[in-house]
Design a protein around this ligand. Structure first.
Ligand code: S3P
Length: 175
């Protein structure tokens, strides 16, 4: 597991990919990259606006383009948008150079985090967010599990603890 130059963090919204990714990049002395930010730069608009004006399909097309671009880089930690597992081509690209690491959290923890991190998620624009999170999670679970080379639970641990665990697992080759 040690030999891949990149780490790609996948997982549902609110599992901590960005905050953990930034910290992990520092510890591993790699550059941090966030696919949602790259999509926003390339589209010239925020993700909520992109969804509203051009639809989810256009967002997914740009997502594939960005994943293809970043999959060719070396020594980066990539925080991926929560839906990248929906298109297998994203995983095929990422696997070339990145150790695909799944971050997991309970639906309740996810709800708490998405309500407090100030980011707008178009897919959670609904009155019963917890129900929506559970529905999306159960649909996506097999996709996340199939893609993951390494899995970490984040609900009960601090960012530092999660980062320690990822590094320990990378070094020891455990999943
Ligand atoms: C999405 C997750 C979001 C963002 C977009 C779609 C998803 O990223 O890419 O709103 O389909 O789960 P985060 O996982 O960083 O919130």
């Amino acid at each position: 597991m040690k030999c891949k130059p990149n780490v790609a963090l996948i997982g549902f919204m609110g599992t901590g990919k960005t905050v953990i990714g930034k910290q992990l990049a520092k510890r591993l002395d790699k550059k941090f990259i966030d696919t949602d930010s790259l999509i926003e730069n390339q589209a010239g608009k925020s993700i909520p606006l992109l969804f509203a004006e051009e639809g989810e399909l256009r967002f997914r097309e740009l997502e594939i383009r960005v994943i293809k671009q970043v999959s060719g880089l070396k020594d980066v930690v990539i925080a991926c948008g929560g839906g990248i597992v929906l298109n297998k081509i994203n995983i095929d690209y990422l696997q070339r150079n990145a150790l695909i690491t799944l971050l997991k959290a309970s639906p309740e923890t996810i709800l708490e985090r998405v309500e407090s991190d100030g980011e707008e998620r178009p897919l959670l624009h609904t009155s019963n967010k917890l129900k929506k999170i559970k529905e999306l999670l159960s649909y996506r679970k097999p996709f996340y599990e199939r893609a993951a080379e390494l899995t970490i639970e984040t609900s009960f641990n601090s960012v530092d603890d999660v980062v320690d665990e990822i590094i320990r697992k990378i070094n020891s080759g455990t999943r």
